[in-house]
Design a protein around this ligand. Sequence first.
Ligand SMILES: Nc1ncnc2c1ncn2[C@@H]1O[C@H](COP(=O)(O)OP(=O)(O)O)[C@@H](O)[C@H]1O
Ligand SMILES: Cc1ncc(COP(=O)(O)O)c(N)n1
Length: 267
Amino acid sequence: MGNLAKALTVAGSDSGGGAGIQADLKTFHQFHVYGMSALTAVTAQNTLGVHGVYPLPAEAVANQMQQVIEDLGVDAMKTGMLFNVEIIEAVAEQIRQHQVKNVVVDPVMIAKGGAKLLLDEAVKAIVEKLLPYTLIVTPNLPEAEHLTGRPIRNVAEMKEAAKAIVAMGAKHVVMKGGHLPADEIVDLLYDGEQFFTFVHQRVNTQHTHGTGCTFSAALTAELAKGSTVYEAMERANRFIIEAIATAPGIGRGHGPTNHWAAIKLSI
Ligand SMILES: Nc1ncnc2c1ncn2[C@@H]1O[C@H](COP(=O)(O)OP(=O)(O)O)[C@@H](O)[C@H]1O
Ligand SMILES: Cc1ncc(COP(=O)(O)O)c(N)n1
């Protein structure tokens, strides 16, 4: 345990356990990384949808971050549902004050059922306050469209959007291509100079609740352990594909992925 890697998630609670803080902590654990959390909001949620959103005061988020960073230490952190401008500003300020490295930002905006997990006016705060501290930002296509204000209909437009997002201050972009209607999914990594594409077959399933959270948590866990961005991307990508392919199939709606999925560490 001497070299135990430690990761922090700053995100909302999904009472259904498939997304949010719960998905992140389960994934950190599966990667043998010590997981810590700063809760931003409570959602009353299950596989059928979001039935209530109860944000916490920004001060409560900042205080949780401060206490774990100053005592336990954070090798990597991720953000998920941040909900409003005040919380985003508080999170950015904690990152700045404590010079937290390896920051992954999953710019969660809308739950699969359509519920707002980020207020409209807060998109600008993600760009202006958070992206300058971000090592990897992981938008899905609708999120990348909101960040850039342009439509994304193919891989060429994904690359253009990735360039625009790096120009906003993030060091790397992982743009997830699951929302393009094709049998092959293309996930894109851009490091400001080169594009790397990760292409895989779509699994035919409705159990994709929390895929974005689980993927970005895996990325964060690998960074906490000292992997390079490329290695972390490759391992997180394999993990999420396996987690979707072996989803337990619970709940009456969009069920969770399998957070016990085998981690394929060999590249
Ligand atoms: N049906 C699927 N089969 C295989 N992989 C998927 C499927 N849906 C999503 N993924 C993968 O899960 C991750 C999240 O994808 P995406 O659906 O684009 O984002 P989000 O969950 O944030 O909406 C990506 O790495 C994507 O390749
Ligand atoms: C608290 C919380 N955070 C994030 C998501 C996004 O989940 P998904 O990956 O299914 O879009 C969610 N549904 N709930």
